[in-house]
Design a protein around this ligand. Structure first.
Ligand SMILES: C[S@@+](CC[C@H](N)C(=O)[O-])C[C@H]1O[C@@H](n2cnc3c(N)ncnc32)[C@H](O)[C@@H]1O
Length: 343
């Protein structure tokens, strides 16, 4: 299934520059329009259909890679981190890239192959990282030298209105990273009680007005992102907020529903439980998180692993993006990196 809009052949937008995701035909063809891509990134934006990898240097330093190593990138995405990792484990190394997204993963595989990473160096596996041990078992690998995870969703997913992740443009209220599994966000909302939605808002986004917001959206038929935004704006507590606070609340609601629809916390908990059983002694795990719900889980799991003797060391606090990266790529602002070293 591939429902991402294709770049138009001819210019069909109003004004000097394209505004809509599907109109940005140059950004959709980064190999052909490298100059445009460079300008978009320099302006602090993410080109349409692309993902700018976050904290690359910090991740590589924490992974301490060496030629010949084997590892897993549990969240392949656009392959930005994978490409850098592959460069450092060559010659003789091998990376397995997992992703649940059946739309983007084949494109990333094709890009990495075009860059010269053949089957000896890279394998793409369509799998949830909750199944990481099984992925190794199927390849008869007892353990790997490193594990890397860059949590959440990619810019390609968020920016594509057809996938329904963003409150910024109209699209079906879907939000599934794997649209062939589970139910879309609209169906989840329609089937959920006020208590269930309130709990998701509280647990997934620390939403302080969880109950009032849940009362305004739970059990309702809201088929599009716009319908959800309109329903949220009509809730008295949001209607009386200033624009900035209301937008933050809307962001939190979208995040909470996305986490629910994709089962993100249960997948992360399962991944974290398996990490010690997938690493060789001295192996490293590096995880990038983007909100407190994720970071709390990683921190707890690493500290428990240290206490139980699975890890010999864990990061002391979190590493965050440099001021330059935060300026250049606002999506790096909430990122927190933690690492652990297998005993
Ligand atoms: C932030 S992006 C990764 C970006 C990547 N590091 C890069 O440089 O392009 C996260 C990716 O993880 C995938 N993902 C999210 N949850 C997953 C899960 N439970 N199992 C496997 N992949 C998952 C998403 O589909 C998305 O492609």
């Amino acid at each position: 299934m591939d429902d991402t809009p294709r770049p138009p052949r001819r210019k069909r937008y109003a004004g000097k520059n394209p505004r809509r995701f599907e109109e940005k035909y140059k950004e959709h063809q980064p190999e052909r329009y490298a100059e445009t891509i460079g300008k978009v990134i320099e302006a602090g934006k993410t080109p349409a259909g692309m993902h700018v990898p976050i904290m690359v240097e910090e991740c590589l330093e924490a992974l301490a890679l060496a030629p010949g190593q084997w590892g897993i990138d549990a969240t392949l995405g656009y392959g930005g981190h994978a490409r850098e990792i592959l460069g450092r484990i060559a010659p003789g190394g091998h990376l397995i890239g997992l992703d649940v997204d059946p739309i983007e993963q084949p494109r990333t595989l094709a890009r990495l192959r075009d860059l010269g990473f053949g089957e000896d160096a890279f394998t793409a596996v369509s799998s949830n990282y909750a199944g990481i041990r099984k992925v190794l078992d199927q390849r008869e690998r007892a353990a790997v030298d490193f594990l890397f995870a860059d949590l959440g969703c990619s810019s390609m997913q968020v920016d594509n209105p057809l996938r329904g992740f963003t409150f910024k443009s109209e699209g079906p209220l879907d939000m599934r990273m794997n649209p062939t599994r589970g139910i879309p966000a609209s169906e989840w909302l329609e089937k959920s009680s006020v208590a269930k939605v309130a709990q998701a808002l509280l647990e997934n986004s620390d939403e302080p007005r969880a109950e009032e917001i849940a009362e305004g959206i739970a059990g309702r038929h809201l088929p599009t992102t716009r319908a959800l935004v309109d329903a949220l704006r009509a809730i008295p507590v949001l209607a009386t907020m200033d624009a900035e606070r209301a937008e933050l609340a809307i962001r939190r609601v979208f995040q909470a529903i996305r986490i629910e629809v994709n089962g993100e916390f249960s997948a992360l908990d399962s991944f974290l439980r398996q990490v010690p059983y997938c690493l060789v002694p001295g192996g490293r795990v590096v995880v990038l998180t983007f909100h407190s719900g994720e970071d709390r889980r990683v921190k707890k799991a690493f500290q428990a692993g240290l206490r139980e003797g699975h890890f010999s060391a864990v990061s002391d606090g979190v590493v965050i993006a440099s001021p330059a990266e935060r300026r250049l790529n606002p999506r790096s602002i909430p990122a927190k990196l933690r690492w652990a070293l297998r005993a």
